[in-house]
Design a binder for this molecule. Structure first.
Ligand SMILES: Cc1ncc(C[n+]2csc(CCOP(=O)(O)OP(=O)(O)O)c2C)c(N)n1
Ligand SMILES: [Mg+2]
Length: 329
C-alpha cells in the first residue's frame, strides 16, 4: 500500500518503524561491543528511510532480498523484533532457528528471502524470485536492495539486463551510502549519478534523496506499480550516508569526524520528525513517547534473545537444506 502523505496514522506507522530500526541498531551495537552477539554486525543507522519508504509500497506477499546490512530491511517488511534479535544471538528462537545470524536473516512468511554476505548476490536471487512470480502468473513483485559497492558487480549487470529483457517485476534499489567497506564511491565509480546505469538496460532509473522518507515511498510506489502492471524492472538510487562504521568496531580511518558530523544534520529520522511537526501530526510529547516505546520493544526483544536457548549441537545440520518431500523436519 502506498504511503498517504496526508494520513496521520500512515505517517506515524512509518515513523514507528523508523524508530524501531534505529533502536534495534543502536542496541545491537552496544550488545556486540559487550560480547553478547557473535560474528560481525553491520548496522543500518542513517539509512532507515530507504527500507521503510520502499516497504511502504509493498504487500506482505511481495519479496525483498537484502544485503549484509539487512536488519532494517527485515524490520520494515514486518519481521518480528524478538525473532530477529534472537537470530543475531544465534538462538534457536531466531527467525532462522539460529542458523543464519546477522548476515543471513530471512523470514519467508514475511517475504524476506534473505540477507546475504556476498555483495550483489541478492540481485540474482531477486531475479529468480521474479522468474517464479512469472511462472505462477502472480502479480507479486521482488525488491532487490544493494549498495553503491554492489552497483559495479557483474551479477548486478547480468540481473538488470536479464530482468529488462524479460520485463520481470524487480525493483532494484541501490542504497548509495557513499562507501563500499572502506572505499569512497568517488574512487570506484565513473559516474556521479548512479541512476544513469539504467539507461544501458533501457529501464527507468531515478535518483532520489534516500533520507527523505516520502520521496522514497513515492519513487517506490511508482516502480512497484509499473512492475506489478507488467511494465518491467526499474532502478532507484537512493542517496544516503552510513552514519556508523562499515561494521561495528570499524576504526573508520578512511573518513573524517567532521564529514560524519556534517551528515548527522541530514539524519532521516530528524528530517521526518520535522515534517511530522510541521504538518501538526507530532509534538515533543509524541516524539518522546514514540522513542520510548520503540526502545521498550527492542529491550523486550533483547530479554527474549537472552533467555532463549542455543540450538542443540546435534541438530546443527537440520533446517540448513530443504528436506525431501516426506522427510520429517
Ligand atoms: C563478492 C564480495 N566481494 C567483497 C566482499 C567484501 N565486502 C563485504 S561488504 C563490502 C562493501 C559493500 O559495499 P556496498 O555494496 O556499498 O554496501 P554497504 O556496506 O555500503 O551497505 C565488501 C567489499 C564480499 N562480501 N563479497
Ligand atoms: Mg555502500
Amino acid at each position: 500500500m502506498a504511503l498517504d502523505g496526508n494520513n496521520r496514522e500512515d505517517l506515524l506507522a512509518a515513523y514507528r518503524t523508523l524508530l524501531q530500526i534505529r533502536a534495534f541498531e543502536t542496541t545491537t551495537e552496544d550488545l556486540f561491543l559487550n560480547g553478547r552477539i557473535p560474528g560481525f554486525v553491520h548496522t543500518y543507522i542513517g539509512e532507515e528511510a530507504i527500507a521503510v519508504g520502499v516497504c511502504s509500497a509493498l504487500r506482505l506477499d511481495d519479496y525483498i532480498v537484502s544485503t549484509h546490512r539487512g536488519h532494517g530491511h527485515a524490520i520494515a517488511k514486518g519481521v518480528e523484533l524478538n525473532g530477529l534479535m534472537a537470530e543475531l544471538y544465534g538462538k534457536v528462537t531466531g527467525v532462522c532457528r539460529g542458523r543464519g545470524g546477522s548476515m543471513h536473516v530471512a523470514d519467508f512468511s514475511k517475504g524476506v528471502l534473505g540477507a546475504n554476505g556476498i555483495v550483489a548476490a541478492g540481485t540474482v536471487i531477486a531475479t529468480g524470485a521474479a522468474m517464479s512470480i512469472r511462472h505462477r502468473n502472480s502479480d507479486q513483485v521482488a525488491v532487490c536492495f544493494f549498495g553503491d559497492g554492489g552497483i559495479n558487480k557483474g551479477t548486478l549487470h547480468e540481473s538488470m539486463n536479464f530482468c529488462a529483457t524479460k520485463k520481470l517485476p524487480v525493483i532494484f534499489v541501490c542504497e548509495n551510502n557513499q562507501y563500499a567497506q572502506f572505499t569512497s564511491r568517488t574512487r570506484t565509480t565513473s559516474v556521479d549519478d548512479l541512476s544513469q546505469r539504467a539507461i544501458g538496460y533501457g529501464i527507468p532509473g531515478t535518483g532520489i534523496n534516500g533520507n527523505d522518507l516520502p520521496a522514497v515511498a513515492s519513487a517506490a510506489d511508482e516502480a512497484v506499480t509499473r512492475a506489478r502492471g507488467g511494465g518491467g524492472p526499474s532502478l532507484i538510487v537512493a542517496d544516503t550516508y552510513r552514519i556508523g562504521g562499515h561494521y561495528v568496531g570499524d576504526a573508520q580511518v578512511y573518513r573524517t569526524r567532521s564529514e560524519v558530523e556534517e551528515q548527522l544534520q541530514r539524519d532521516p529520522i530528524l528530517h521526518f520528525e520535522a515534517e511530522l511537526r510541521a504538518a501538526g501530526f507530532a509534538d515533543d510529547a509524541l516524539v518522546d513517547a514514540e522513542r520510548t516505546a520503540a526502545q521498550a520493544l527492542v529491550d523486550d526483544a533483547v530479554a527474549f534473545a537472552e533467555t532463549s536457548e542455543f540450538p542443540d549441537p546435534d541438530d546443527a545440520m537440520r533446517y540448513v537444506f530443504t528436506e525431501a518431500e516426506g522427510e520429517a523436519q
